[in-house]
Design a protein around this ligand. Structure first.
Ligand code: HH2
Length: 266
Protein backbone atom coordinates (compact mmCIF):
# COMPACT_ATOMS: atom_id res chain seq x y z
CA UNK A 1 0.00 0.00 0.00
CA UNK A 2 1.65 3.20 -1.20
CA UNK A 3 1.10 6.36 0.86
CA UNK A 4 -0.19 9.49 -0.88
CA UNK A 5 -0.81 12.38 1.48
CA UNK A 6 -2.56 15.34 -0.14
CA UNK A 7 -1.90 17.55 2.89
CA UNK A 8 0.30 20.52 3.77
CA UNK A 9 1.43 18.98 7.07
CA UNK A 10 1.94 15.20 6.89
CA UNK A 11 5.08 14.22 8.77
CA UNK A 12 6.91 12.83 5.76
CA UNK A 13 5.44 13.97 2.44
CA UNK A 14 3.44 16.99 3.68
CA UNK A 15 3.12 19.70 1.01
CA UNK A 16 4.71 17.61 -1.76
CA UNK A 17 1.47 16.46 -3.40
CA UNK A 18 -1.02 19.27 -2.83
CA UNK A 19 -1.11 19.88 -6.57
CA UNK A 20 -3.44 17.17 -7.98
CA UNK A 21 -1.22 16.63 -11.03
CA UNK A 22 1.79 15.94 -8.77
CA UNK A 23 -0.33 13.61 -6.61
CA UNK A 24 -1.59 11.66 -9.63
CA UNK A 25 1.94 11.34 -11.02
CA UNK A 26 3.21 10.07 -7.66
CA UNK A 27 0.41 7.48 -7.43
CA UNK A 28 1.27 6.27 -10.92
CA UNK A 29 4.93 6.05 -9.96
CA UNK A 30 4.08 3.94 -6.91
CA UNK A 31 1.84 1.71 -9.02
CA UNK A 32 4.70 1.22 -11.50
CA UNK A 33 6.95 0.31 -8.55
CA UNK A 34 4.52 -2.43 -7.58
CA UNK A 35 1.98 -0.93 -5.15
CA UNK A 36 -1.20 -3.03 -5.08
CA UNK A 37 -3.13 -0.14 -3.57
CA UNK A 38 -2.57 3.60 -3.13
CA UNK A 39 -3.86 5.13 0.12
CA UNK A 40 -4.99 8.73 -0.43
CA UNK A 41 -5.27 10.93 2.67
CA UNK A 42 -6.30 14.55 3.15
CA UNK A 43 -5.83 14.89 6.90
CA UNK A 44 -2.56 14.38 8.74
CA UNK A 45 -2.71 12.14 11.80
CA UNK A 46 0.86 12.83 12.90
CA UNK A 47 1.29 13.45 16.64
CA UNK A 48 0.00 16.94 17.44
CA UNK A 49 -1.90 17.36 14.14
CA UNK A 50 -4.99 19.58 14.14
CA UNK A 51 -8.25 18.23 12.70
CA UNK A 52 -9.30 19.25 9.17
CA UNK A 53 -12.87 20.18 8.20
CA UNK A 54 -14.76 17.83 5.88
CA UNK A 55 -15.10 20.39 3.06
CA UNK A 56 -11.35 21.01 3.08
CA UNK A 57 -10.56 17.28 3.18
CA UNK A 58 -12.90 16.67 0.22
CA UNK A 59 -11.33 19.56 -1.67
CA UNK A 60 -7.89 18.00 -1.22
CA UNK A 61 -8.59 14.35 -2.00
CA UNK A 62 -11.46 14.23 -4.48
CA UNK A 63 -9.74 15.65 -7.58
CA UNK A 64 -6.95 13.11 -7.08
CA UNK A 65 -9.30 10.18 -6.46
CA UNK A 66 -11.50 11.12 -9.41
CA UNK A 67 -8.57 11.39 -11.81
CA UNK A 68 -6.97 8.17 -10.62
CA UNK A 69 -10.34 6.41 -10.62
CA UNK A 70 -10.95 7.43 -14.23
CA UNK A 71 -7.50 6.28 -15.32
CA UNK A 72 -7.89 2.99 -13.43
CA UNK A 73 -4.14 2.74 -12.91
CA UNK A 74 -4.23 1.29 -9.41
CA UNK A 75 -6.87 0.40 -6.82
CA UNK A 76 -7.36 3.17 -4.25
CA UNK A 77 -8.00 3.37 -0.57
CA UNK A 78 -9.17 6.48 1.28
CA UNK A 79 -7.45 7.37 4.55
CA UNK A 80 -10.24 9.17 6.40
CA UNK A 81 -12.32 9.04 9.55
CA UNK A 82 -15.20 11.05 8.07
CA UNK A 83 -18.25 9.32 6.59
CA UNK A 84 -18.86 12.03 4.01
CA UNK A 85 -15.31 11.64 2.66
CA UNK A 86 -15.55 7.84 2.69
CA UNK A 87 -18.83 8.00 0.74
CA UNK A 88 -17.48 10.38 -1.88
CA UNK A 89 -14.29 8.38 -2.32
CA UNK A 90 -16.00 4.99 -2.58
CA UNK A 91 -18.56 6.46 -5.01
CA UNK A 92 -15.56 7.47 -7.13
CA UNK A 93 -14.16 3.94 -6.95
CA UNK A 94 -12.05 3.62 -3.77
CA UNK A 95 -12.10 -0.03 -2.68
CA UNK A 96 -10.98 0.34 0.93
CA UNK A 97 -11.71 2.82 3.72
CA UNK A 98 -8.70 3.21 5.99
CA UNK A 99 -10.12 4.62 9.22
CA UNK A 100 -7.51 5.32 11.92
CA UNK A 101 -10.35 5.72 14.45
CA UNK A 102 -11.73 2.23 13.71
CA UNK A 103 -15.29 3.55 13.14
CA UNK A 104 -15.26 5.63 16.37
CA UNK A 105 -14.64 9.06 14.85
CA UNK A 106 -17.91 9.54 12.97
CA UNK A 107 -21.24 7.95 13.92
CA UNK A 108 -22.09 7.61 10.22
CA UNK A 109 -18.91 5.80 9.19
CA UNK A 110 -20.01 2.18 9.75
CA UNK A 111 -23.11 2.72 7.59
CA UNK A 112 -21.06 4.52 4.93
CA UNK A 113 -18.70 1.56 4.68
CA UNK A 114 -21.46 -1.06 4.85
CA UNK A 115 -23.48 0.61 2.09
CA UNK A 116 -20.48 1.19 -0.16
CA UNK A 117 -19.48 -2.47 -0.24
CA UNK A 118 -15.87 -1.37 0.29
CA UNK A 119 -13.36 -3.06 2.57
CA UNK A 120 -12.33 -1.32 5.77
CA UNK A 121 -9.15 -1.09 7.83
CA UNK A 122 -9.77 -0.77 11.58
CA UNK A 123 -6.71 0.70 13.33
CA UNK A 124 -5.87 0.96 17.01
CA UNK A 125 -5.13 4.42 18.39
CA UNK A 126 -4.94 5.46 22.03
CA UNK A 127 -6.56 8.91 22.37
CA UNK A 128 -6.48 11.30 19.42
CA UNK A 129 -3.62 12.61 17.27
CA UNK A 130 -3.39 15.96 19.09
CA UNK A 131 -2.51 14.31 22.40
CA UNK A 132 -1.82 10.63 21.74
CA UNK A 133 1.93 10.78 22.40
CA UNK A 134 1.50 12.42 25.85
CA UNK A 135 2.70 9.57 28.06
CA UNK A 136 0.74 6.61 26.61
CA UNK A 137 0.39 3.74 29.10
CA UNK A 138 -0.76 0.12 28.91
CA UNK A 139 -0.66 -2.88 31.26
CA UNK A 140 0.10 -5.13 28.28
CA UNK A 141 0.02 -3.25 25.00
CA UNK A 142 -0.36 -6.32 22.79
CA UNK A 143 -3.32 -7.85 24.66
CA UNK A 144 -5.01 -4.45 24.91
CA UNK A 145 -4.59 -3.69 21.21
CA UNK A 146 -5.81 -7.18 20.34
CA UNK A 147 -8.88 -6.86 22.59
CA UNK A 148 -9.64 -3.45 21.08
CA UNK A 149 -9.41 -4.80 17.52
CA UNK A 150 -11.64 -7.76 18.38
CA UNK A 151 -14.21 -5.37 19.85
CA UNK A 152 -14.10 -3.10 16.78
CA UNK A 153 -14.39 -6.10 14.45
CA UNK A 154 -17.53 -7.13 16.36
CA UNK A 155 -18.87 -3.58 16.08
CA UNK A 156 -18.25 -3.50 12.32
CA UNK A 157 -20.00 -6.83 11.78
CA UNK A 158 -22.93 -5.74 13.99
CA UNK A 159 -23.27 -2.68 11.75
CA UNK A 160 -23.53 -4.66 8.54
CA UNK A 161 -19.90 -4.85 7.38
CA UNK A 162 -19.14 -8.48 6.48
CA UNK A 163 -16.18 -9.86 8.43
CA UNK A 164 -14.47 -10.83 5.14
CA UNK A 165 -14.16 -7.11 4.30
CA UNK A 166 -12.29 -6.14 7.48
CA UNK A 167 -8.54 -5.57 7.88
CA UNK A 168 -6.89 -4.90 11.25
CA UNK A 169 -3.96 -2.63 12.09
CA UNK A 170 -2.16 -2.30 15.45
CA UNK A 171 -1.53 1.42 14.77
CA UNK A 172 2.23 1.68 15.11
CA UNK A 173 3.06 5.12 16.56
CA UNK A 174 -0.52 6.00 17.49
CA UNK A 175 -0.37 6.53 21.25
CA UNK A 176 2.66 4.26 21.70
CA UNK A 177 6.19 4.55 23.03
CA UNK A 178 9.18 2.92 21.35
CA UNK A 179 8.77 -0.11 23.64
CA UNK A 180 5.07 -0.38 22.81
CA UNK A 181 5.80 -0.31 19.07
CA UNK A 182 8.49 -2.96 19.42
CA UNK A 183 6.27 -5.22 21.53
CA UNK A 184 3.53 -4.99 18.89
CA UNK A 185 5.93 -5.87 16.09
CA UNK A 186 7.58 -8.65 18.10
CA UNK A 187 4.21 -10.21 18.98
CA UNK A 188 2.33 -9.34 15.79
CA UNK A 189 1.36 -13.01 15.48
CA UNK A 190 -1.07 -12.46 18.38
CA UNK A 191 -2.86 -9.77 16.37
CA UNK A 192 -2.86 -11.94 13.22
CA UNK A 193 -4.43 -14.72 15.35
CA UNK A 194 -7.64 -12.68 15.52
CA UNK A 195 -8.19 -14.13 12.07
CA UNK A 196 -8.39 -11.07 9.85
CA UNK A 197 -5.53 -9.86 7.61
CA UNK A 198 -3.19 -7.37 9.23
CA UNK A 199 -1.90 -4.05 7.87
CA UNK A 200 1.17 -2.39 9.39
CA UNK A 201 2.35 1.18 8.93
CA UNK A 202 5.93 1.68 10.07
CA UNK A 203 7.22 3.71 7.13
CA UNK A 204 9.64 6.50 8.14
CA UNK A 205 8.05 6.74 11.57
CA UNK A 206 9.62 8.26 14.64
CA UNK A 207 10.45 4.95 16.34
CA UNK A 208 12.69 4.07 13.37
CA UNK A 209 14.45 7.38 13.98
CA UNK A 210 14.85 6.55 17.68
CA UNK A 211 16.49 3.23 16.83
CA UNK A 212 18.71 4.40 13.98
CA UNK A 213 19.42 8.02 14.91
CA UNK A 214 18.22 8.98 11.43
CA UNK A 215 16.03 11.91 10.50
CA UNK A 216 13.31 11.59 7.96
CA UNK A 217 13.42 10.65 5.00
CA UNK A 218 16.58 8.60 5.77
CA UNK A 219 14.62 5.96 7.67
CA UNK A 220 13.90 3.76 4.67
CA UNK A 221 16.25 0.89 5.53
CA UNK A 222 14.96 0.79 9.11
CA UNK A 223 11.39 0.70 7.86
CA UNK A 224 12.13 -2.04 5.34
CA UNK A 225 13.63 -4.17 8.14
CA UNK A 226 10.52 -3.65 10.28
CA UNK A 227 8.25 -4.58 7.36
CA UNK A 228 10.18 -7.76 6.62
CA UNK A 229 9.93 -8.82 10.27
CA UNK A 230 6.23 -7.93 10.30
CA UNK A 231 5.77 -10.08 7.19
CA UNK A 232 7.43 -12.99 8.96
CA UNK A 233 5.08 -12.53 11.91
CA UNK A 234 1.98 -12.65 9.73
CA UNK A 235 1.32 -9.14 8.34
CA UNK A 236 -0.45 -9.05 4.96
CA UNK A 237 -0.22 -5.43 3.86
CA UNK A 238 2.51 -2.84 4.33
CA UNK A 239 1.69 0.87 4.26
CA UNK A 240 4.83 2.55 2.88
CA UNK A 241 6.20 5.66 1.24
CA UNK A 242 9.04 3.74 -0.44
CA UNK A 243 7.31 1.16 -2.58
CA UNK A 244 10.12 -0.20 -4.79
CA UNK A 245 12.56 -0.90 -1.95
CA UNK A 246 9.86 -2.47 0.20
CA UNK A 247 8.66 -4.71 -2.63
CA UNK A 248 12.20 -5.94 -3.29
CA UNK A 249 12.76 -6.74 0.37
CA UNK A 250 9.39 -8.49 0.67
CA UNK A 251 10.03 -10.52 -2.50
CA UNK A 252 13.26 -11.83 -0.99
CA UNK A 253 11.63 -12.38 2.42
CA UNK A 254 8.68 -14.23 0.88
CA UNK A 255 10.94 -16.48 -1.19
CA UNK A 256 13.11 -17.23 1.83
CA UNK A 257 10.59 -17.76 4.62
CA UNK A 258 7.97 -18.89 2.13
CA UNK A 259 5.57 -21.36 3.64
CA UNK A 260 6.39 -20.51 7.24
CA UNK A 261 5.10 -16.97 6.84
CA UNK A 262 2.20 -18.07 4.68
CA UNK A 263 1.04 -20.61 7.24
CA UNK A 264 1.32 -18.00 10.03
CA UNK A 265 -1.03 -15.84 8.02
CA UNK A 266 -3.62 -18.52 7.41
N1 HH2 B 1 -0.12 5.76 9.70
C1 HH2 B 1 -0.34 7.02 9.27
C2 HH2 B 1 -1.53 7.35 8.62
N2 HH2 B 1 -2.47 6.41 8.35
N3 HH2 B 1 -3.20 4.17 8.47
C3 HH2 B 1 -3.01 2.92 8.87
N4 HH2 B 1 -3.94 1.97 8.61
N5 HH2 B 1 -1.87 2.54 9.55
C4 HH2 B 1 -0.89 3.44 9.85
O1 HH2 B 1 0.10 3.04 10.51
C5 HH2 B 1 -1.07 4.80 9.44
C6 HH2 B 1 -2.26 5.14 8.74
C7 HH2 B 1 0.68 8.07 9.52
O2 HH2 B 1 1.56 8.20 8.46
P1 HH2 B 1 1.46 9.26 7.26
O3 HH2 B 1 0.21 9.09 6.47
O4 HH2 B 1 2.70 9.13 6.46
O5 HH2 B 1 1.49 10.68 7.94
P2 HH2 B 1 0.35 11.72 8.29
O6 HH2 B 1 -0.63 11.06 9.18
O7 HH2 B 1 1.11 12.83 8.95
O8 HH2 B 1 -0.31 12.17 7.02
Amino acid sequence: MGVLNVTPDSFSDGGEFLDPAAAVAHAERMAAEGADLVDVGGESTRPGAEPVRADEELRRVMPVIEQLGQRGTVPLSIDTSKAVVARAATDAGAVLVNDVTALRGDAGMAAAVAESGAEVCLMHMLGEPRTMQDDPRYEDVVSEVKAFLEERLGFAVAHGIPEERVWLDPGIGFGKTLEHNLALLRRLGEIAAVGRPVIVGVSRKRFIGSLTGRAEPDRVAGGVAANVLAFQRGAHMFRVHDVAKTRDALAVAAATVGDAAASDRE
